[in-house]
Design a protein around this ligand. Sequence first.
Ligand SMILES: Nc1ncnc2c1ncn2[C@@H]1O[C@H](COP(=O)(O)OP(=O)(O)OP(=O)(O)O)[C@@H](O)[C@H]1O
Length: 305
Amino acid sequence: MKTAIIQCRQLSHVYSGKLALSNLNFELEAGEPIGLVGPNGAGKTTLLSILCGFLRPTSGKVSLFGYSPGATQLIGKVSALPQDARLDPSFTLIEQLVFYARLQGLTRQQAISEANRVLEAVTLSDIAHKKPQVLSHGMGKRVAIAQALIGKPALVLLDEPTAGLDPVNVRTVRSIIAEQSTETTFVISSHDLTELDRLCQRVLLLEKGILQPEYATINEQQANIRFITLQMEACPATELMAKLQLLNGVEQITNPQKNEFIITYNSDLEANMDMQLMQCISANQWRYRQLSHGKSLEEKLFFRE
Ligand SMILES: Nc1ncnc2c1ncn2[C@@H]1O[C@H](COP(=O)(O)OP(=O)(O)OP(=O)(O)O)[C@@H](O)[C@H]1O
């Protein structure tokens, strides 16, 4: 039986009269990264701060691996990257990482080797002996992630890890998370749904402090009902939808935004729907931009029926 790494029961938080989290109940198991999404002010940072032990909930129960957040038993097991992580300008990167590794109880030699390991994981070994002043914003974020990876924690909480990063750094952070996910479960809060879609199989959606229960996991769907998301170059939407509707197995077509179509189909009736779609597009000399299986996370969360 899988054990819960995070358990929240009737968890609420109020800031001087303002309800930020309302009666959250959920349980998460170790595994693939977990996304935490919601509009500004939804309560994501509040929830992560409670999980880190920085903030005590107003009411309810939270446990990580069976312990209260901040418990000494969780040192080395749980770590966090805050939204605005800061580095000390007076010390080199390796000195700061060694310091944090020592705080976890490692010997000096172990701490040096661990600091080098995490710097390598975020591909910054070449500037290990530089001070933080040389870091770009993206590199600073990667050092902070390196710090969160010290001691190979089982759970890492990342608040907006890619916010404000250029596409190259976003890609690097994404691959760091993907690579480390074999031994660490990440909980990642982000506004970037495309990013989370690539990384996460499971998503928690918060709206005004309330967890939307049906979206605790996003990948459940009836086995034979499948989706294809089709992005087209400019095309006659009404004609395209009418023609696709005639294809064998198609149940429904929606057009949530310009040049984007979601085809719902029954895979028992038509297993090769993508081939059928391509043939229909080609026969009509339309041009497509992208065809992907499934719905995007944005569709699942914000265009739900
Ligand atoms: N220290 C505080 N004092 C009072 N209210 C606060 C405090 N921190 C957050 N809030 C309020 O609690 C609610 C949840 O805020 P929180 O920062 O957790 O949301 P969020 O989902 O992380 O938002 P964002 O996406 O903008 O970072 C908001 O209405 C916010 O104004």
